[in-house]
Structures are given as C-alpha cells and as structure tokens.
Design a protein around this ligand. Structure first.
Ligand code: P6P
Length: 341
C-alpha cells in the first residue's frame, strides 16, 4: 500500500535499501539481507511488545542474565527472535548479545559459513520499563569479521573498536515503532505502519541540532558522580544565558537518545559507586548509538575519550557514556577535563 501525505509519497524501507545499496562499501546483497532480517525480527518483537499485558509475556522470566539482572519474558523472547531470524537466514557468521554470556557461532548448512558479518545487539534495552508501558528498544551493531572467512568466528571478530562498524541502528517501540540506522552515509528513520507491516521513510537524513537544552541523567546517583559531572549538572541548572536547561530522563537509553537526537540534548551515564565503569555496555549499546549520533553531526565520548576509538577487551565491558549534540557534549567534556588525573 502506498502512503501519501500532502501528495508526497513515502518510500518503503525495502525500496530505500535497494536504491541506496551503492552507499554500502561492501557486499551490498548481504547488507540488504541483514537489514531486511532485522526488519522482520523488529516487526515480530513489536507485535509482542504492543500486546504485552494481554498475554503471559509480561514480568520476569524467572531467570537472570550473565550480569545477574532479572530477565524479563520479553527480553528472552526478543533475544530468541533476533537470534533465530539472523541464524535462519544465514546472513552472519556470529552474534553477540547482552542476554548471552558468550558469542554465538552461526555455522552454515555444511558447517562452514562464508558470511562476512557479525552482529552485536541488545535485543530489548530498557526492558524493566515494559510492565509500566514505557518505550523500550533494540540496539544493533554490525562489523565485518577480521578472521578468515569460512573459519569459525572468534572473539576478536567482536572486540573491534566502534569506528570499524559498517552499520548500526536501533528500533524504538514507542508511540510508534521506528527503525533508525546508518551504514556510514547519514542516518535515516523509518516508521512502521502496523496495519500492513511496512516501514516507511519518515525521517530522511536525520541530523541533531548543533545546540540543545535537554540533559538526561539519573540524578538519583548525584552523590556518586565524578566532580566534572556534578559541575556540568550545576551549569545546566544555572540561571544564565539560555539556561536553566530541561531535565528529561526516561530510563530507556533508546528513548532518551532518540528524543535528544531529534530535539538536541545530552544523555549521560557516568561512572557511579555501583557502576565504576558506567552501566552501559560498549559493544552493543554505546558503540552503535555513538555511530548513529556522530553520523547525525553529534558527539559521543566516555567524557574523556571518543567512544568509537575505545579498544574493547571484553564482550560485555561497560564504559561511561556522554552522547548528544556536539556543544553540550563538548561542554560536559570541558568540566570532566578539569579533574583528569
Ligand atoms: P538507571 C536500561 O536498564 C538501561 O540500560 C538504559 O536503557 C537506561 O538509560 C539505563 O539503563 C537506566 O539506568 O540506573 O538510571 O535505572
């Protein structure tokens, strides 16, 4: 079904992928199939997220993930859907997921696998919000493997710095469901028409405003923040120039970053007493969000170092995360640099 608004026809995701295959500097067919498989999995997860509460899929799964966090039933469901979809279509040679302690090797029918890509994902970020009907999201990151094609995938294929990503994106299951992704040539957002299961290009060439007036941080941890973060928060709250800024914190990374991407703003999850290296994971939360935000003219760092330059050493490692429009992230980094040891 074609969709028109003010006589303007909206392009579908499928048409967009075909039309822009040349943007992807590697094997175009595989990336198209990869994005299409993510699209299919997103629609399946969306269907369950949107009826959560009516079926026995709410609440805790009675299990915990490798981080000792209580898994929600939808966490487990989303993880299984994305792994199945990526595996069945034989598009990747390996998968890393927040919900799985180790990497998942995907072997082909004859036990070899000539696919060149690995996917890292947080299948359902912010899932503790599901039971209270707050938006949640899926985050994914795609690399080309660095070990020889046809051999079993290795951890080093996953422990690549974020600047090596060939694509990154997220799905936000909110008032509408959107797929937002980049292959390194800008960021585009697609909104799902659930009536027919088709994503339409609703947000072409997304760029974040150069300035912002929103700061997103869990101020409940204030006493444990680094002094530079405390100083930045006080700066945001000062009556001066275009300040005070507005505090907005949903507690769902995808939702907070998506809002700030559109309106301008900064999201910060710094080191705290409970999470001395921050709470967010580098490989499947910070790196993909950082690629998207940089592609949208924004900035993402640990407060001291560009996120995409961080060399990972563990699959589930955490880093402090400062992400948003450039001027606000630079200002926060300025305060952090005053206390750099
Ligand atoms: P806190 C969700 O658990 C998450 O990983 C992000 O989506 C969110 O921004 C953050 O943690 C919320 O953490 O400690 O503020 O509840």
């Amino acid at each position: 079904m074609e969709v028109y608004m003010n006589n303007k026809r909206f392009q579908t995701l499928g048409e967009f992928i075909i039309e822009n295959q040349a943007d992807f500097q590697y094997s175009t067919g595989e990336l198209s199939r990869l994005i299409n498989s993510i699209r299919l999995a997103a629609k399946t997860v969306n269907h369950e997220v949107n009826k959560a509460g009516l079926v026995d899929i709410l609440g805790a799964a009675g299990s915990t993930n490798k981080h000792g966090e209580k898994q929600q039933k939808l966490d487990v469901f989303a993880n299984e859907i994305f792994i199945q979809t990526l595996t069945n279509r034989e598009i990747v040679c390996g998968i890393g997921s927040e919900e799985n302690e180790d990497i998942i090797e995907v072997s082909g029918a004859d036990n070899s696998n000539l696919n060149k890509y690995v996917v890292l994902m947080d299948p359902l970020d912010g899932s503790s919000n599901i039971d209270v009907n707050v938006s949640v999201g899926t985050i994914f990151s795609i690399y080309r493997r660095i070990t020889p094609v046809g051999t079993p995938v290795q951890m080093e294929d996953f422990l690549q710095p974020g600047k090596n990503q060939v694509a990154a994106g997220y799905i936000i299951y909110g008032t509408s469901t959107m797929l937002v992704y980049t292959v390194g040539k800008g960021v585009n957002g697609f909104t799902l028409n659930p009536a027919i299961g088709t994503f339409y290009l609703s947000h072409p060439n997304m760029t974040t405003p150069p300035n912002g007036k929103i700061y997103s941080i869990n101020e409940g941890n204030y006493v444990h923040f680094p002094q530079g973060v405390k100083d930045f928060i006080k700066y945001c709250q000062e009556e001066k120039d275009d300040r005070p800024y507005t505090s907005r914190y949903i507690g769902s990374l995808v939702s907070d970053v998506h809002r700030n991407l559109l309106k301008g703003g900064i999201y910060i999850y710094p080191s705290t007493a409970k999470s001395p290296n921050g709470k967010l994971r580098l490989l499947y939360e910070c790196n993909p969000m950082a690629m998207i935000v940089e592609q949208a003219n924004g900035r993402a760092s640990t407060g001291l170092q560009r996120i995409l330059d961080v060399k990972p050493n563990q699959l589930h490692q955490r880093v402090p995360f400062f992400c948003g429009n450039s001027s606000m992230v630079e200002k926060a980094e300025e305060f952090m640099s005053r206390y750099k040891e």
